[in-house]
Every structure is written in structure tokens, then in C-alpha cells.
Design a protein around this ligand. Structure first.
Ligand code: PRX
Length: 664
């Protein structure tokens, strides 16, 4: 054990030396307690060290590593004609300017800044500028609704919000500024004092008579160096729109950037100071603000990126995740930038303008490492091999997947068709809470098995526990837990230490509990079997059934609701809801549409249930608990219900089977 500790400290201590610390850490690399029966849970990495994340991922690369002229991002817009690129030097310059803007707006170390933006370079600039001034960013996925945005802004008291006028995802126009305004009006007092708006489209302020749309300049993309030969085309695809504007709160990004200086001293922070808060679904229905800190997160994302994707300086790396999710934080932004990598940042969707878009982009930028989600693979697999084979994909070397278990059929298609049997697949298992990869193969090192995330990353110590908390050896199935901390483990659920402890450390004292079920095979390989709490994973996004149920419950006609997960061929899982209506209300198609819209409005389109069925009564135990296990079976039309002896009234089951909705 002692030897393990020395190895751990040596390993990470050596990696820490590759980064810049204003002052080094004193004492242990890691201090922690995972056992709440002994003391309060805590995790501290590199105490005493001071640093700055932005300095490490930009200044260090430009000044020490001489990567200033290297491209940091190729930006690929929603339409193929709209693209741009930015070098490390230019990115640093833009970040310094925007960091000065933040300071001019009164933002200082420890303040919380909400970011609600499309996948544009300004989003990366905004994140890194927060990191530069020591502010904590809280990014809200731009597909979330006004309510979801408002809830997150209020929960972590953000005083500043950064957004954009609007954007396209495929042919769908998203009026981002309108949603933002709605969010700010939702709850009377809101903490946001200023809202900085990027003019991504050709937006004008509402009722602005001073400029007519027709003679507007093209949308000013201050930080983007549009490729010269493409300037004209890029102008043409940008969209004209009018947006609501509040002179007291709103400011244009390009206007505040005009005056900003290019020199900006980074704020030197403690390694344990927070870097960001990112919300993930919690089983009680209220999202949890997962807090990550600077030092450990920097080391872990940089190292996992380097080894899992076998990073080489000549790589063009592309992670298709949205920055609004943890994958976009760790493996589109911080991990790749910490290595000085060149990445693709894609605004659009895999099916627009056609289903070859991913493969077209791979050929356009000669992408070498490609990281996406099983749901995207399953979606594209439906269209067969031809749209893939239309493009060469010769540049590809390594493929990656994340977000949910990948079924062997999709794995094999990814391997055989997309990767032409040349590219190993890194099935990376991890969570918002873990900050970085936990179980993952390493290219050319780990023999692969389709559907298995294989083995733990360096210094990760997994275990499989039985129901009673016993550690199971050898071939086994049970609860996946981790026995020791790794540098990028979350530090807190923002605003509720109690919730942090009870969500991750209470069920099995002494372990970090992932909430996932897992099997270990005879070779020691890990196979994630899915969530074992009331969470479900739709297209790689975690949702809690409680969150969806409370959105539906707000409808006047609804007396009771139960949501369960149902298998879906593309999304992995989908939501099937049973609703009981109040007297005097009828179950109609209109009502079903209203209920689905209610979820869209409260949470966002990703959470909208696929199926809603009427339930005169829900199956309950004698103590009144809804038996979701039975509801899952009913949704699947599985008559073998197992033991139903705890059910208060068996007669409800037949009516539920009778009213089932046909599913795909
Ligand atoms: O259930 C696991 C599943 O996604 C959950 C974490 O979701 P989230 O915090 O949103 O982060 C997603 C991106 C890291 C996990 O608890 N999951 C993630 N990756 C895999 C996976 N399940 C199986 N295999 C994976 N590779």
C-alpha cells in the first residue's frame, strides 16, 4: 500500500513539473478522506501550489513552447461554407482582451459567470478569460430551456451572463437571446447585472431604427480570422434577425472588446480554487452543481488526453461534444489546449446538410483523432455505409466514444466502416463528477473488446461491490465504486456539502460511488451495465426521472406521474411516462402535446418524453411507493412481471397493459 502511494505521488508529481506553478505545492500531492463514518469527506490536491489555468493552456504554449502560430481551433460552422480558424497567439490575445472586459465589468476572483452560448470560438474565449481572472464559469448547454438556465443561474448566483444573439443547429433556428431574456425575467430578482451578447448572426437590437438590416455590416466575429478566400461566402450564410435588448443590462461583445487592452496579468490562484461549476442531473430532480478545481483538473485532463488519444503534435483532433457538457470542458477545451493540440470546433449537427457531414469534416481538416458518442454512431449507422465511404477518412488514426455504453453492433460498425479496421476504438467511461477518463483502453496497448471500457487509467482504483458493500473479486457484477481519489475528482456539490456526501459517499462508506452498475469479466475487463439509480441516459445525457416528473406535474390536468426509461435504437434510452389525470380532464392528443411541451419548456428538448400513456391508477406498494420496476415492464410489454406480492392492488396492471402506447 505504502509503495502504491509513493508510485502515485511520483507519477503525478512528475507530470505536475511539466506545468507552470507560481509557487509549488508543499506537503502531500493528495490529501483526502472518503469515509464519512470517520470524518467529513474532503479531497485536496497539491495544497500550497498557486497557478493559473489560462496561463498553463495559453501563455505557456505561446511563450515557452513557441506554439503561437499553431492553430488552436478550426471552427466549422453549421453550414459548410462558414468556417474560420484561430492560432494559439490569437486566442491568447482575444482571451486577454476579454479578461480585461470581465475585470472592467467588476468580475473578480471567485465570482460566478454564466455562459449560455453556441459552439463558437467566443465560447472558448469566454471560458478561458474567466479562468484567467480566477472567476468560476458555469456553462449551461445552449439546448436547455429558459427555466433550466434560470435555475442554474440562481443556484450559483451568477452576476454576469455571456450569450449570443442566436444560432442554427441544422436547419433549426435557436433564438438564444430571447431565451436568455425569458430566463432573466422568470424569477423577479435575478443576480445577473450584465449580459454580454456575441453578434453571431446579423442581429440588430429590437426597434433599432438607427441601422437598417439591409446595410448592416456582416456579423463581426472579432476573434475569428476568417479564411480570406471564404470571407464572402461566410458573410452570406449569416442570418439577419432582431433581438430583444435591455439597455441597462445588455452590451455587445464586439463593442466592449473594441476598447479592451491586450495585456492582462493572470490572477494567481490556489490549485484548490474552483475552476468551474457544471450542472448534472441529480436523482432528487434538482440538478447538482458539480465543482471542479484548477490544479488536479489541469493535470488529469491533460494526461488522459495525451495517453488515451496518443497525442502527437501533428494531430488534428476532433471531439464532437458540446462545450455545455463535461466532455466539451475536459476534451474539447482544457485537455487538448494543455497539450498544445489543434482541434476542430463544430457548431452543427451530424446530419446537416446531409448525413455525410462528419466524414466530410474529417477529410476537410485531415482529422487524425475523432471522439464522439454512441448515439451519433447509431444515428449515422442507420444510413448505411455509403455516406461514410463517399469520403476517404485516410487521416484517421484513433477513434473514441463516450457518454453511454456502446452496443457491440455500433462498436463494430464504427471500427469496420468508419475506421476501416485500422483505428482502435477508445471506449472511455467517466462522469461529470470524475472530470476525466476513469476506465479506458490505451491505443496499441490494451487489447479491445467491443462494448467494454476495458481497464482503469493510471492511478484509478475501481472496485465492484455487492448489495451489502462487500468487495467482489474476479468475475463479478455489482456497484462500480472507486477506492482512491484521482486529481480531477469533483470537490463539492455547489451549495450543499450534505448532498455531496449523501450522493457519492453515503451508500458505501470509504468509496466514491458512481451510481453505475458494472460487470468484471475473467480478464479483469470492466463492462458498464447502466445506471442503478433513478437516472437515465438519453443520447449520452443524464436525466433524472424525478426532474421530468416534476415538470409534468406542473400541468393543471395532472394528478400523478411516473417516468421510466425505455430502450431506444438511436438514443440508447427514451422516456416513457404514465400519467393519472385530475377529475374533469380528458386524455387527448392535445394534452399529450402539451405535456411534452411542458417538459421542453422546463428542461429542454432533450428531455421530452417519447411516450405518454394514461394510467387510471399507478401500481403502488402497500406503503404507497410507485413500483417503477413494473412500469418498466409494462412499457416494454413484458408480461413476466416477477414477484408482485407487495403490490397493493393487482387489478391496476391489466388496465395499464391495455392502454400501452406502441413503441419502436
Ligand atoms: O452511466 C455512465 C454513462 O454516463 C454517465 C455519466 O454521465 P455524464 O456525467 O453526463 O458524463 C458523460 C460524459 C462523460 C456515467 O455514469 N457513461 C459515460 N461514458 C460511458 C458511460 N457508460 C458506459 N460506457 C461509457 N464509455
Amino acid at each position: 500500500m505504502f509503495l502504491l502511494l509513493i508510485l502515485y505521488t511520483e507519477f503525478w508529481g512528475k507530470i505536475a513539473k511539466e506545468f507552470y506553478w507560481k509557487t509549488p505545492y508543499t506537503g502531500n500531492f493528495m490529501d483526502y478522506n472518503f469515509d464519512l463514518t470517520r470524518a467529513k469527506i474532503y479531497i485536496r490536491c497539491m495544497q500550497g501550489a498557486t497557478t493559473n489555468m489560462c496561463y498553463n493552456v495559453l501563455d505557456r504554449n505561446v511563450n515557452e513552447k513557441k506554439l503561437g502560430d499553431k492553430i488552436a481551433f478550426y471552427w466549422e460552422g453549421n453550414k459548410p461554407e462558414d468556417y474560420a480558424r484561430i492560432t494559439y497567439k490569437e486566442l491568447l490575445q482575444q482571451v486577454c482582451k476579454f479578461a480585461n472586459v470581465l475585470r472592467a465589468q467588476g468580475i473578480k476572483k471567485g465570482d460566478h459567470v454564466a455562459i449560455y452560448m453556441p459552439m463558437i470560438i467566443e465560447l472558448i474565449v469566454a471560458m478561458l478569460a474567466c479562468a484567467r481572472v480566477g472567476a468560476v464559469h458555469s456553462i449551461v448547454f445552449a439546448g436547455f430551456s429558459a427555466e433550466a438556465l434560470s435555475e442554474r443561474i440562481l443556484d450559483c448566483s451568477c452576476s454576469l451572463l455571456i450569450t449570443a444573439d442566436g444560432f442554427y443547429r441544422g436547419d433549426k433556428f435557436i433564438k438564444l437571446k430571447e431565451i436568455t431574456d425569458e430566463a432573466l425575467k422568470l424569477h423577479g430578482e435575478n443576480p445577473v447585472k450584465k449580459c454580454i451578447v456575441v453578434k453571431h448572426l446579423k442581429a440588430t437590437k429590437e426597434n433599432d431604427k438607427t441601422s437598417t438590416q439591409s446595410n448592416l455590416p456582416p456579423a463581426k466575429r472579432a476573434c475569428l480570422k476568417l479564411q480570406d478566400n471564404h470571407n464572402e461566402k461566410a458573410k452570406n450564410v449569416l442570418h439577419k434577425t432582431q433581438i430583444p435588448w435591455n439597455e441597462e443590462v445588455d452590451v455587445w461583445w464586439h463593442e466592449v472588446m473594441k476598447e479592451a487592452g491586450e495585456e492582462c496579468e493572470p490572477e494567481w490562484c490556489s490549485a484548490e480554487d474552483p475552476l468551474f461549476i457544471l450542472y448534472t442531473s441529480g436523482s432528487t430532480g434538482k440538478p447538482k452543481g458539480v465543482k471542479h478545481t484548477i490544479g488536479g483538473y489541469l493535470l488529469y485532463t491533460a494526461t488522459t488526453f495525451k495517453y488515451v488519444f496518443d497525442y502527437q503534435p501533428s494531430d488534428v483532433y476532433w471531439c464532437t461534444a458540446d462545450v455545455g457538457w463535461i466532455t466539451g470542458h475536459s476534451y474539447l477545451t482544457y485537455g487538448p489546449l494543455a497539450n498544445g493540440a489543434t482541434s476542430v470546433l463544430f457548431e452543427g449537427v451530424p446530419t446537416y446538410p446531409d448525413v455525410s457531414r462528419f466524414w466530410e469534416i474529417i477529410d476537410k481538416y485531415l482529422v487524425t483523432k475523432f471522439y464522439t458518442a454512441p448515439t451519433a454512431i447509431r444515428l449515422l449507422m442507420k444510413y448505411g455505409d455509403e455516406p461514410v465511404k463517399r469520403f476517404s477518412r485516410k487521416s484517421l488514426k484513433i477513434l473514441g466514444t463516450v457518454g453511454e455504453p456502446i452496443n457491440p453492433e455500433a462498436w463494430l460498425w464504427y471500427y469496420n466502416v468508419v475506421g476501416d479496421r485500422r483505428c482502435p476504438i477508445m471506449d472511455t467511461y467517466w462522469q461529470t463528477e470524475t472530470g476525466g477518463h476513469m476506465l479506458t483502453p490505451l491505443p496499441a496497448v490494451t487489447p479491445l473488446k467491443p462494448g467494454s471500457a476495458t481497464l482503469p487509467f493510471f492511478s484509478v482504483v475501481p472496485a465492484i461491490l455487492s448489495e451489502s458493500g462487500e468487495e467482489l473479486e474476479g468475475e463479478a457484477e455489482g456497484y462500480l465504486v472507486f477506492k482512491k481519489p484521482w486529481p480531477s475528482i469533483m470537490r463539492e456539490v455547489y451549495g450543499s456539502y450534505e448532498r455531496f456526501e449523501s450522493s457519492y459517499f453515503k451508500r458505501f462508506p470509504g468509496y466514491f460511488v458512481t451510481g453505475d452498475g458494472c460487470k468484471r469479466d475473467k480478464d479483469g475487463y470492466y463492462w458498464i451495465t447502466g445506471r442503478i439509480d433513478d437516472m437515465l441516459n438519453i443520447s449520452g445525457h443524464l436525466l433524472s426521472t424525478a426532474e421530468v416528473e416534476s415538470a409534468i406535474m406542473e400541468h393543471l390536468a395532472v394528478a400523478e406521474v411516473a417516468a421510466v426509461s425505455h430502450p431506444h435504437p438511436v438514443k440508447g434510452e427514451s422516456l416513457y411516462c404514465f400519467v393519472t389525470l385530475k377529475d374533469g380532464h380528458e386524455f387527448t392528443d392535445e394534452l399529450v402535446t402539451e405535456l411534452k411541451n411542458q417538459v421542453r419548456k422546463k428542461i429542454g428538448p432533450i428531455a421530452a418524453p417519447d411516450y405518454i400513456q394514461i394510467a387510471a391508477q399507478l401500481p403502488k406498494t402497500r406503503s404507497g411507493k410507485i413500483m417503477r420496476r413494473l412500469l418498466r415492464k409494462i412499457a416494454r410489454n413484458e408480461r413476466d412481471l416477477g414477484n408482485t406480492s407487495t403490490l397493493a392492488d393487482e387489478s391496476v396492471l391489466e388496465a395499464l397493459f391495455k392502454n400501452r402506447v406502441e413503441t419502436i
